[in-house]
Ligand binder design. Sequence first.
Ligand code: NI
Length: 182
Amino acid sequence: MAILPIIEAPNPFLRTLSKPLDKVTDETRALIANMFETMYAAPGIGLAAIQVGHPIRLLVIDLQEDVAENGEGEGDAPPARIKKPQVFINPEIILASEEVGVYNEGCLSVPEQYADVERPARVRVRWLDERGATHEEELGGLLATCLQHEMDHLEGILFIDHLSRMKRDMLLKKLSKLRKAA
Ligand code: NI
């Protein structure tokens, strides 16, 4: 496995429209393994293939939520986090709720910048997993938000595109300042 370089805004490659994957191969599964390793190392909770240079309709998510029973952690130890890697290939939103949710989003391609984004609170989604099996489920909460954010990447859309031009320019300016300082 390998940690892959993440493409960052305003690189125009991130605007590429990702193509459907017609076959899940060993090569796809190797890319998926590398995407998880890259995402965990970043660290992040979602990553689309386009962000690591592959314009295909594939994304990985792991919310790594706290273990409920061990929420406090032992002594100084941070709360344990459960790993639940999820792979979405050719995901399609079949139905989106009218009810919306707001979440303070970030993106590994727009490092250290965050902003509130409003999206449908629940979505019914169909997708293929890494073995090529079809799934259809209604998702809510952070998973619904994260999935919609990652699915935007497949269309060449970033979370900052949901903001006003003023707010978007401000975040991009902060990002370029951050790079100069580094
Ligand atoms: Ni993102």
